[in-house]
Every structure is written in C-alpha cells, then in structure tokens.
Write a protein that binds this ligand. Sequence first.
Ligand SMILES: [Mg+2]
Length: 275
Amino acid sequence: MSWNAVTDHAQDFLNAAAHDPSSVLLALDFDGTLAPIVDDPEDSRMHDGAAEALALLGERLGHVAIITGRGVAVVRRLGRLEEREGFGRVVVLGQYGAERWDAATGSETPAQVPENVAAARPAVARAIADCVIDGVVLEDKGRALGVHTRRSADPDAAYMALQPVLMDIAERHQLILEPGRNVLELRASALTKGDSLRALVSETGATVVAMGGDDLGDLPAFEALREMRAAGLTTCAVVSGSAEQPMMAEQADVLAEGPDGVAAWLRDLAAALDR
Ligand SMILES: [Mg+2]
C-alpha cells in the first residue's frame, strides 16, 4: 500500500463516491501529484499509473479537474491530455485558475499578462544572472514568473540567496512572491487554488470533493475543503507526501507516497466504484 488513510474522511469519501459517482469533483494538482518532480520542469510527465486510473475515472466521476500553478497549454502538452483515454471532460485550471480549458468544448480562457509582471521580468532575469550560484532557470508563465533553483549548482543556497532579492522586486512591482519546492514564483493575482476549487464546486454542484496536492500552493485548496466539510459536503484531502514538504502531511486525510501513492489511491478509487 503506497497510501494511508489518516482520517475517517478517507473512507467516507470512497463510500460516498461509490454510492454516487456523479456527485464527485476530483481535483488534482499536476507537478508532484500527478507527475513526478523532475529536475527540468519541461521534462514533467504524467505518472503512467495515474493516467491509467484517470482513464477509468474520467468517464464515471461527475467532474475531474487539474488545478495547477502552471499554464494550461503547458499542462495540456506535458500531460498529453488530448491523446489520453478518459480526459474528454477534464477541466484544466492553469495559473491557479487565471486560465481555463474545458476538454469537452475545447473552450479556452487565456489569462491576461498583467503589466506589473511584464515590468518585473527584466529585474528578475537580472537577479538570476547576478546570483553567485549558476543554473537557476526562469520560467515565463505569462501571469507569473517562476524562478527554479532545482537544477542549479546548489539549489538550497540559490533559493536562500534569491529569496530576499525577489521579495524586493515583488514589493516594488506589487507582486506576490509564492514559495514552493525549489521554486520562487512572482505572480500578479492573489487568486489561489482555494478560490478555483470553491468556484468549481459551486459551478458543478458537486457534494463529494477531493483535492490532491503536494506543495504550499495547494494549502488554500485544503483550507477550502475544510470549509466545505463544515458546510456539510463530503471532502477528502489527498497529500502527495515528499521529504521536501513534510509539513504538508498535516493536511492529509489520505497520505500518499508521492505520485506513486496518488496513482495507487486513484486506482483504489476506481476499484471502489466497481464494488
Ligand atoms: Mg505540485
């Protein structure tokens, strides 16, 4: 077993999903949850086991969504969503919900590039060039600028060195600095995955809601789940555990051993629907 039920809500969710799959919204983060973390963010690929399980779940659950900090186009491409079975109705919310793609209709809502992100870009590029540690990568996400230290000569030192510099830039341009696993992200809106999850739940009318995530950006979604539970919904927080973010485990109803564990949980969810 590569996942564990930490609370009773884990089993309650499986029971409720089996009882009425159409009432379920299954929302999942991409990197670190559906896709193993890799050194180069461009090499990110969906876990085969997760893709197989979602092929079974995609047609049966009420709603399946990917809620990610990445852009929609990137996740569509890296996740190969259009080639896969079971993704015909998936909704992808990119950049924390600033962008959206509906597989069923093909409709795409692009994000606007805020002026302050564009204005901050040269300063961020300069900060990376000036960093004493080589190999830090800038990812331009449109509404956000991701500064990746994972592939640098010393990821932790680069992170520590860049954090105060980027904090200054963020303040100067009225941007938010979002810390993550070897990534510092400057972004314009205060839109969170929690906002996106709440909006999806009210749009779909789902009453049984699970969210899978692995990183700090997923915390607002887990907070939203607790609010929904207090309001009477059946909810389940699935944490893709990692040594890099051990405190995320505190959020878990289901604690999975990284993307392998998430894939196993998805498989067990699909099996629960057959019982
Ligand atoms: Mg993640």
